[in-house]
Design a protein. Sequence first.
Length: 205
Amino acid sequence: MQIGVIGAGQHGATLAEWCVEGGHDVAVTSRHPERLGAVVTHLGGHGTALPVAEAVDFADVVLFAPNWESAPEAIELAGAALNGKIVIDATNPVGPLPGGAASGFESLMQLAPQAHWAKALNTLPTNVLQHRRGHDPLLAEFVCTDLRDARQAAATIIRDMGFAPYYAGGAQAARLLEPGGPLQQTEVDVFHAKDVLAEALTLRP
């Protein structure tokens, strides 16, 4: 699979590295792709740096992991290349949400409504993920989406990274995963994910 990673901070760069280790080819991007030499070096021969729209064109699946403040600009730079693309949103919103959206995820969906969005890989910091990655029992990674292709793609990538995908519901459930939601900062293995999700649903904001 070819994966485009938008955002080359700690989280995005780490996800890109894990995608390569999982057998995928990766294009990383940011507002300044010419500055991503060190990130590309960590990807060996399976990574390159491209401008945003070119990275999206390259990708079968886009991992969306810029800083929240840069997210609208990243979507604008990607433009029509996002149409029909599977996009996995790994961001966490900061501050009030635009347009009356119930979650940061839904606000991004409004900016690129023709993309096939899923929410995942945002609830825990990379140091926790690194510690738990690939160790039994596998850490559960919650996924929210209304679309079958996005759900399947997210599940494949999450498995290849060394985690266990766990479906938490449609787009409206994404608020459970974001700051202020009961699944944010929740570290749970796949065997206990069902009970944790059931409890979270009773606390749904």
